[in-house]
Design a protein around this ligand. Structure first.
Ligand code: SIN
Length: 282
């Protein structure tokens, strides 16, 4: 179906499209919002350019898709508990999200998606990559699909001690909460999930959170988890987004993984992230 209100330009064969003709500083009329939502579902991750939005407008755009998550582990932007500042300063070495992952999959209902807004970007580098987990699933052999059909991954949030949190905080601009009181929850999710809106099947494993399969030990599970996570991010399933100040990326956490490149030593990269709550994967 064609778009009437917006222009949608895919940036890769696998996933990802730039959406033009939208000013997110202004309320979206129903027809435009419906097309933006369709572009999001069809392309898995959508990008906007040259946006100038306030924190309130950023949150208001997120709320069009659901309630907003308050990050359990990171310090929020002052005065905005729903905004997770993703920052790296010239003197810092570690970035946030520098490994292929999906967000917060240890929660019973992991996020629907995240909306990342670029405030300051390095002259080159700091791109973000996304990988379609629909394509990752579809490329598996029939035998592997049959085996995974009944399996569940156990996702947990390995809490760092306050000492480790302090060490990480000295290497990073985005700060972990020192008073992390979060329980160490364990949550089982199917290894293959059906997207609640598209109805397509997607692989749902996360190297930073899936530490074993239900009914199996970590040692037994590790080789297959590693295989699936390596497979899930094959180059032909990915797109790569080059940021500019004012760019926004909105990814569907239910069917893409993402990876923030840390290749801009000595430069600043400042982003604000708003995350929309999701539902329990099935
Ligand atoms: C993240 O949300 O994992 C970070 C993404 C980015 O900074 O590009």
């Amino acid at each position: 179906m064609k778009y009437e209100r917006i222009e949608v330009r895919p940036i890769a064969g696998a996933c990802g499209a730039e959406v033009h003709g939208v000013d997110l500083a202004k309320p979206l009329d129903d027809a435009t919002f419906a097309e933006v939502r369709r572009a999001f579902i069809e392309n898995l991750v959508i990008f906007f350019r040259d946006q100038e939005i306030t924190e309130e407008q950023h949150k208001a755009f997120g709320r069009l898709f659901g309630t907003l998550n308050i990050h359990p582990r990171y310090m929020p932007l002052e005065g905005h508990p729903e905004i997770f500042p993703i920052r790296k300063d010239p003197e810092h070495t570690e970035n946030i999200g520098g490994v292929w992952h999906s967000d917060l999959t240890h929660l019973p209902a992991p996020p629907l998606g995240s909306i990342l807004y670029a405030l300051d970007v390095p002259p080159a580098g700091g791109d973000t990559m996304f990988a379609s987990q629909y394509l990752a699933y579809e490329a598996l052999s029939d035998g592997m699909k049959r085996m995974l059909a009944g399996m569940k991954g156990v996702h947990d949030n390995r809490i760092q001690s306050n000492k480790v949190a302090s060490e990480r905080n000295s290497a990073r601009s985005s700060k972990l909460r020192q008073d992390n009181q979060e329980d160490e929850p364990e949550c089982e999710h199917p290894v293959v999930v059906t997207h609640p809106e598209s109805g397509r099947k997607a692989l749902f494993v996360n190297i930073i959170r899936t530490h074993r399969f239900a009914g199996m030990t970590e040692d037994e599970s590790r080789p297959l988890i590693k295989y699936l996570c390596d497979h899930a991010t094959r180059p032909e399933f990915t797109c790569r987004f080059r940021w500019e100040k004012g760019s926004i990326a909105f990814w569907d956490n239910r069917c893409v993984m993402h990876y923030a490149l840390n290749d801009y030593p000595g430069y600043r990269r400042y982003m604000n992230r708003v995350t929309v709550d999701g539902t329990r994967p099935v």
